[in-house]
Design a protein around this ligand. Structure first.
Ligand code: PMV
Length: 319
C-alpha cells in the first residue's frame, strides 16, 4: 500500500506520541490483519500522557525490546507484537533495540498501545527517513493497533473507517474544534494488566454478541450528534452521547459468548457515584475503554468539586 523498503538512514531515533481517549468508540474490525474498523470513531488526545520510544540499530542476532526499563523475553506477547509490526518494514537483517516507556499504566485500558504504536511509527519514519505524510503514518500506526492511528494529533481526532480493502482510506485526521474548558479526569480503579486484550475482546464480541448487529448504526448516529454538540459547545449533550456510546459498547461485550466484562465492583461503585453527583446538580459523565478505569468528563468550573468527590483523580486539560 505504502511503498517503503529502504535501509535505515540513521543509527537511532526517538519520538513521543500522546495517548487518546475515544469518545465514540472503535469496536470491531472488518479486517483483522490490517485493523480496518467496522465504523469510524472519534477521540480526544491527552497531550502530555503517552509513550516515549527510542529505536537504536544494534549488532545482535535478535531485536531487543525494553518496556518501562525492563528487558522483555523474546516470547513475551508484547515483544511479539512489536516485532511483527517492525517485520513489515525491515529492509534486510537490521536489528533494533526498541526502548519504550509509558507515562501511563501499561495495558490497563488507558490506551498505552495507541501511543506506543504511534511513537514507534514516528521513530521508524525517522530512522528509515521515509518522509511520509501524517496521513500515511496514521495508516501505518493503525496496523499496529487501530486506535494508534488517532494518536498523531492533539485535540479532537476522527478516524474515518474508509472503504478500500487495502486500508489506504482508513486513517485519522484532526478536527478544527477546540474546547479549552473541557476536562478529563482519570479515575484509577485498577492499574494491573487487564484480563483479556482489547483485540481478543473485540473479536469475540463481533463474532458472538447478539447485540453487535446494532452497533454500526449506533455509532453512525452518535458520531453525527456528538459533532453537532461539539460545534454548539453543548457540554451536557456532548457528554451524554459519549457516556451512552461507552455503555452501549460494554453492553455488546456483556452479550458476547463468553460474556466479557472489564468492570470491577469498584468501577460500578464509581459509576453509581457519578450518577449521584449528577442528581445533585454536578454535570459529570464518564467514558470507559477496554479496562476497569473510568475517565470522567466535565468542564473547568467543576474541577474543584470533582477533585473533592474523587480522591486521587488526575485532572487533564485537553486544549
Ligand atoms: O486499538 P485497540 O486494539 O487497543 O482497541 C481500542 C479499543 C477501545 O479503546 C475500547 C476503543 C477505542 O476507540 O479506542
Amino acid at each position: 500500500m505504502i511503498p517503503i523498503k529502504n535501509a535505515p538512514a540513521l543509527q537511532s531515533a526517538s519520538d513521543f506520541a500522546p495517548t487518546n481517549i475515544a469518545l465514540i468508540k472503535y469496536w470491531g474490525k472488518r479486517d483483522t490483519q490490517l485493523n480496518l474498523p467496522v465504523t469510524s470513531s472519534l477521540s480526544v488526545t491527552l497531550p502530555e500522557h503517552g509513550t516515549h520510544t527510542k529505536l537504536t540499530l544494534i549488532d545482535e542476532p535478535h531485536d531487543q525490546v525494553i518496556l518501562n526499563n525492563e528487558m522483555l523475553s523474546t516470547d513475551a506477547n508484547f515483544y511479539q507484537k512489536i516485532i511483527n509490526f517492525i517485520d513489515m518494514f525491515r529492509f534486510a537483517d537490521e536489528r533494533f533495540c526498541i526502548d519504550t516507556t509509558n507515562n501511563i499504566p501499561t495495558a490497563a485500558g488507558l490506551a498505552s498501545s495507541a501511543s506506543g504504536f504511534a511513537a514507534l511509527t514516528l521513530a521508524l519514519n525517522e530512522i528509515y527517513q521515509w518522509q511520509l505524510s501524517k496521513q500515511q503514518l496514521s495508516c501505518l500506526a493503525r496496523m499496529g493497533s487501530g486506535s494508534a492511528c488517532r494518536s498523531l494529533w492533539n485535540g479532537f481526532v476522527l478516524w474515518q473507517k474508509g472503504d478500500n480493502t487495502d486500508g489506504s482510506d482508513s486513517f485519522a485526521y484532526p478536527l478544527n474544534i477546540t474546547w479549552p474548558e473541557l476536562r478529563i479526569g482519570i479515575c484509577y480503579v485498577e492499574t494491573k494488566q487487564k484480563p483479556i486484550s482489547s483485540r481478543d475482546a473485540m473479536n469475540i464480541t463481533t463474532k458472538t454478541s447478539t447485540l453487535y448487529a446494532d452497533w454500526p448504526t449506533i455509532v453512525e448516529n452518535d458520531l453525527r450528534q456528538i459533532q453537532i454538540a461539539m460545534q454548539q459547545k453543548d457540554f451536557i449533550r456532548f457528554a451524554e452521547i459519549a457516556e451512552q456510546n461507552a455503555r452501549a459498547m460494554h453492553a455488546t461485550m456483556q452479550a458476547a459468548r463468553p460474556s466479557i466484562c472489564f468492570s470491577t465492583a469498584e468501577t460500578f461503585a464509581v459509576i453509581k457515584k457519578i450518577e449521584a453527583l449528577r442528581e445533585a446538580g454536578i454535570p459529570v459523565y464518564f467514558t470507559q475503554d477496554a479496562g476497569a478505569n473510568l475517565k470522567l468528563l466535565f468542564t473547568a468550573e467543576y474541577e474543584q468539586s470533582i477533585k473533592n468527590a474523587f480522591q486521587g483523580v488526575e485532572v487533564i486539560a485537553l486544549f
